[in-house]
Design a protein around this ligand. Structure first.
Ligand SMILES: [Zn+2]
Length: 176
């Protein structure tokens, strides 16, 4: 990790800038998928928490799986969300439920690669370039607290921007 939800900060900022070309839900799916490994390892009390999933090779493989699984899972979740709010006075809460392959790809791969990049700054057990090199040149590149702060600031700016953009488009909310 950083604690998985913090990764959504950069994601919301990217979504605010790129709109329909980036899927925020698949980005989120990627964050959860990649942090399943440290979660399982914490439960097992392993000494190394960040293994294969937190390498760039792992990011490519998890990103590829996320692209296909996430597209169908996230579209289903968005359609379910829309069905729940399919009432006269709640329709404004409905969202675009179609995720293009371009948006799915950018969401999946920016999701997994940015995750490894950010985690590399914070965790001594990560070897991002495995199996080519055991080195992690980014470790403590900036203090871990700054990474959390940066993710939080990007998240707040991103959410506010998405809100303003949604308002501007007469509540055509774009969070897919
Ligand atoms: Zn992680």
């Amino acid at each position: 990790m950083p604690f998985t939800p913090f990764h959504m900060g950069p994601g919301t900022a990217i979504k605010a800038i790129t709109g329909r070309h980036f899927s925020l839900t698949i980005f989120g799916f990627a964050q959860v998928a990649i942090d399943m490994e440290p979660l399982i390892r914490i439960v097992r009390h392993d000494s190394v928490l960040h293994g294969f999933t937190h390498t760039y090779l792992g990011a490519f493989i998890i990103g590829s799986l996320t692209l296909f699984m996430g597209k169908f899972v996230c579209q289903w979740l968005l359609r379910t969300w829309n069905a729940i709010f399919n009432f006269k006075y709640l329709k404004w809460l409905q969202v675009n439920s179609h995720i293009s392959w371009v948006a799915a790809s950018t969401g999946a791969f920016i999701g997994t690669f940015s995750h490894v990049l950010l985690d590399s700054i914070m965790h001594a057990d990560i070897q991002p370039f495995w199996p080519i090199s055991p080195n992690n040149g980014l470790l403590n590149f900036i203090p871990g607290a700054w990474v959390y702060l940066l993710c939080t600031i990007l998240g707040v700016i991103g959410l506010m921007s998405l809100f303003v953009i949604g308002l501007w488009n007469k509540w055509a909310i774009d969070i897919e």
